[in-house]
Design a protein around this ligand. Structure first.
Ligand code: C2O
Ligand code: CU
Length: 456
């Protein structure tokens, strides 16, 4: 299969069973001249199949591992039954080559979620293993079409091969993580997405890159973008930031856009996180009469999910978390596998980051919270790098940044903590089990930025 492929649409049978085979496949990402990029893919396509389910409905996804290494699937952002969370080594054993695993669960919240391996994530995501999990609202909003916007940042060689030699690079791990050199949207290089004039589209944006924080400039005049959800959870409609719609690794944003360009026109969307404005994709307006004589003007809002309405902070359990290490971080020593190691010995183990002086997955959880109680995590980022902190099984709110109260922050599952910043988040620990809390810059995670919380 040489053509870049992307297969949206349901693949479940009538018993609501999906099959997700992790296997080898090929893409053509470099086109002039055309080069084949061997990848790892779910169902042979990158992104993997778009799984669509209804809120609250039970379904099963059978993972078939046709790779040469173990794997697992994590359902990012779903407030899921802990046994189905897919974290190899914590909630299940990794699925060996040739093995299968049935993930049976239901999703309590409607919204945009995604799936990816949770075993050697830094390699398996970089090779192409990811896909969207869409949980439909009981009454979906009135849009003409639902379109995915899955942004990835590949590190390719000029031959088109994935740069494998730099997997596990300590330079990447101690700096920003594995930044790539090739941007794709929906597994395609600069796709021209066909649209109709006057059309209203729900764009489901997700950043699946290992490490790059991206920002997209959706044309304000020609698309009139409006944010209606972040990390799967509805928000009151708001405009994206002037500097572009920022997405840290793991984060999602649902946008409503209206195509306000004449038939035959083209609306490029630029990635603007660096000094260059890179064309990431474009909407190509079909040469056909507009879908409606007057563009829609009433704003879309999504129905609320069954999350708690308030977040009682009095009597919350305080969980301090000091983040240290990395290049220019001055980490002297830290505890790794129960032993104090100096930085040299840590580097020799491939570890350079610590939470509360501990490197890597500790035997003991960061905290044990009793079910139903509010927990407040105080992150102090004493490093020279930003981190995209992701909590499994729950959504949280930022309640304070650098000592200043934040009111009205959206529910999120992944938050970007700037270098040297202090971010306080709060969540209601209402989902029992063992939940990972880690940096979604996957090289940081592999090099130490991972811990867990027990809800008992
Ligand atoms: Cu999207 Cu622990 O991961
Ligand atoms: Cu990080």
């Amino acid at each position: 299969m040489l053509a870049p492929t992307w297969s949206p649409g349901p693949v479940a049978d009538e018993k609501r069973r999906f099959v997700l085979a992790a296997e080898r496949a090929s893409l053509v990402l470099l086109e002039k001249p055309a080069r084949v990029t061997p990848v790892w893919a779910y169902g042979g396509s990158v992104p993997g199949p778009e799984l669509r389910v209804r809120r609250g409905e039970a379904f099963t996804v059978r993972l078939e591992n046709r790779l040469s290494q173990p794997t697992s699937v994590h359902w990012h952002g779903i407030r899921i039954d802990n046994a189905m969370d897919g974290v190899a080594g914590l909630t299940q054993d990794a699925v060996p080559p040739g093995g299968t695993f049935d993930y049976s669960f239901s999703a309590p919240d409607a919204g945009t979620f995604w799936y990816h391996p949770h075993f050697r994530s830094w390699e398996q995501l970089a090779r192409g293993l990811y896909g969207l999990l869409i949980v439909e609202e009981d009454e979906p909003p009135a849009v003409d079409r639902d379109v995915a916007w899955i942004a990835d940042d590949w590190r390719l060689e000029v031959t088109g091969l994935i740069d494998e030699r730099s997997f596990g690079s300590m330079r990447d791990a101690s700096h920003q993580g594995r930044l790539g050199n090739w941007l794709t949207v929906n597994g395609l290089t600069e796709p021209q997405i066909p649209v109709r004039a006057g059309e209203r589209i729900r764009l489901r944006c997700v950043n699946v890159a290992n490490a790059r924080v991206m920002a997209f400039d959706f044309d304000r005049q020609k698309l009139r973008p409006s944010i209606v959800a972040v990390d799967g959870q509805p928000v009151a409609p708001r405009e994206p930031d002037r500097r572009g719609l920022e997405l840290a690794p793991g984060q999602r944003t649902d946008l409503i856009v209206d195509v306000l360009e004449a038939p035959g026109g083209r609306i490029p969307v630029y990635e603007v996180s660096t000094r260059e404005r890179i064309e990431s994709a474009a909407f190509k307006v079909e040469d056909a009469p507009p879908l409606r004589s007057r563009p829609l003007t009433e704003s879309v809002s999504l129905p609320a999910n069954p999350l708690a309405r308030d977040l009682p902070l009095e009597d919350a359990q305080a969980i301090p978390m000091l983040m240290e290490g990395g290049a220019m971080g001055g980490l002297g020593e830290a505890s790794y596998k129960g032993k104090m190691l100096d930085i040299r010995s840590l580097v020799a183990e491939g570890k350079v980051w610590s939470f509360n002086g501990i490197v890597g997955m500790p035997d003991q959880p960061l905290a044990t919270v009793s079910r139903g109680r509010t927990a407040v995590i105080d992150m102090i980022n004493r490093t020279a790098w930003p981190h995209a902190m992701h909590l499994h099984g729950h959504h949280f709110r930022v309640v304070e940044r650098d000592g200043k109260a934040v009111t009205d922050a959206p529910w999120r599952d992944t938050v970007l903590v700037a270098r040297q910043e202090k971010v306080r988040i709060a969540f209601i620990a209402d989902n029992p089990g063992k939940w990972l809390f880690h940096c979604h810059m996957l090289e940081h995670q592999a090099a130490g930025m991972v811990t867990w919380i027990v809800v008992a």
